[in-house]
Design a protein around this ligand. Structure first.
Ligand code: ITT
Length: 200
């Protein structure tokens, strides 16, 4: 891929923006919604990560007519039948009992021995008016307390397989060695590099 591809990243989550920017090569330039001057809260009304990712990228594409992508991520906990999953961002919404999503998760896993979980990221890319999907998974376990201050969301309770640290105890470069988001993004980068070769 020789030419630089510019993409709008349809997210309002600054942590995601930082993580995605940390894995890009020189040939892809990304603008967050904020950097593109777009103020919008895109609803996520669907029952799958793929449909929500598609909603976000299509909304921004219709608004800008530019190449763009979005991602939707869920934490899928085995013993909770895949919850919080697609509801990860809103898990503790309207529940006064919990300070945040992570507290509710720890409560629901109290006394449970099966702590198996995975993060799953689905990216929707709209390039030259066509949509493409990429998926990245990171398997691990939910520990029984919060550890670390880095990252965001459920990072303080998620320990990826192969490490004895939670994501929140890792600098971003270390999280990237395991991360669902990085894996999905790597596929997008590879796709764009092949796309660049075909179109040149
Ligand atoms: P956008 O829709 O604007 O991209 P969001 O924060 O609403 O941002 P999601 O709908 O994908 O993002 O919500 C997923 C939630 O799952 C998110 O709010 C976090 O709480 C959590 N989450 C996603 N990726 C995570 C990660 O890498 N580590 C920890 N928690 C994560």
């Amino acid at each position: 891929m020789n030419e630089i591809i510019e993409l709008i990243f349809a997210t309002n989550n600054e942590h995601k923006v930082q993580e995605i920017k940390s894995v890009l090569g020189n040939n892809i330039k990304i603008k967050s919604l904020k950097e593109a001057g777009i103020e919008i809260d895109i609803p996520e009304p669907h029952h799958t990560l793929q449909a929500n990712a598609s909603e976000k990228s299509n909304t921004i594409h219709q608004l800008t007519n530019k190449n763009c992508f979005s991602e939707d991520t869920g934490l899928e906990v085995e013993i909770l039948n895949g919850e919080p999953g697609v509801k990860s961002a809103r898990y503790a919404e309207n529940e006064k009992q919990f300070k945040n999503n992570t507290e509710k998760l720890l409560f629901n896993l109290k006394d449970k021995t099966n702590r198996t979980a995975q993060f799953r990221t689905v990216i929707s890319l709209i390039l030259n008016n066509k949509e493409y999907f990429f998926v990245g998974v990171c398997k691990g376990n939910i520990i029984d307390e919060q550890r670390g201050n880095s990252g965001f969301g459920y990072d303080p309770v998620f320990m990826p397989n192969g490490s004895n640290k939670t994501f929140a105890e890792m600098p971003m470069e270390e999280k990237n060695l395991y991360s669902h988001r990085k894996k999905a993004m790597q596929q997008l980068i590879e796709f764009l590099s092949q796309f660049g070769k075909k179109s040149s």
